[in-house]
Design a protein around this ligand. Structure first.
Ligand code: SAH
Length: 231
């Protein structure tokens, strides 16, 4: 059983997790490794779970925090679109872990926006982020989390250089394509039983190309009622 932040060595365990993802070739970018090292996953996983174990974990409300290798893979796919000063949208921000990583990638001159439809998760994600390396960015408002239906994106701060969707949609929501900047990239799991992680690139002329990266298994991007009634 792993321990929580008050145990000694939490950051060592987080570092070991990042090093393992580097050894497996999931993390290639030095910046992604640095940001995942700075963002202690133990601060985002509920007590009793094993934050550094490479598996999804329940966070209540019928959903999970994604496995570390999926967070790493999405950061890698989006890295060029998470440069300092850029803006990023994280749909289904859950624990806030990846939104915090996005904030560190884009820095205080950039903008990291999380959208999550469970108000309790939004509240706890803000508490998690307050304990993390991204805390100053909550205060300077370069990081914000909003209660909303993420299928509509977050038009107030659009367009985005990077969009990540942390739940699987039956098809790609049109609003999210619209909120992608020309030159921007979205990573989104699509499907119901069988899902593909899709990489959506919007070219400078506004045309869109879509490719399949890998097969995945995410919880559904759905209505709040459908999610809470699941099982
Ligand atoms: N990426 C996050 C959470 C992944 S689970 C993490 O790793 O911590 C997917 C999240 O999407 C859940 O928190 C769920 O509540 C949320 N979600 C599902 N459908 C949604 C919708 N329509 N709008 C906003 N959030 C949604």
């Amino acid at each position: 059983m792993e321990h929580r932040l008050w145990s000694s060595g939490a950051s060592d365990k987080n570092k070991a997790m990042v090093e393992q993802l580097q050894r497996y070739g999931v993390i290639k970018s030095g910046k992604v490794a640095e940001v995942m090292e700075a963002t202690d996953r133990g601060l985002f996983v509920p007590p009793g779970a094993s934050p550094y174990y490479d598996s999804p974990m329940s966070i209540g409300y019928n959903v999970t925090i994604s496995a570390p290798h999926m967070h790493a893979a999405c950061l890698e796919l989006l890295e060029k679109h998470l440069q300092p000063g850029m803006s990023a949208l994280d749909v289904g921000s859950g624990t806030g872990y990846l939104t915090a990583c996005f904030a560190l990638m884009v820095g205080p001159e950039g903008r990291a926006v999380g959208v999550e439809h469970i108000p309790e998760l939004v509240a706890s994600s803000i508490e998690n982020i307050k304990k993390s390396a991204a805390a100053p960015q909550l205060s300077d408002r370069s990081l914000s989390i909003h209660i909303a239906d993420g299928r509509e994106g977050w038009p107030e701060l659009a367009p985005y250089d990077a969009i990540h969707v942390g739940a699987a949609a039956p098809q790609i929501p049109q609003a999210l394509i619209e909120q992608l900047k020309p030159g921007g990239r979205m990573v989104i799991p699509v499907g119901t039983v069988f899902q593909e992680l899709k990489v959506v690139d919007k070219k400078l002329d506004g045309s869109v190309s879509i490719r399949d990266e890998t097969s995945v298994r995410y919880v559904p991007l759905t209505s709040k009622d459908a999610q809470l009634q699941a099982n």
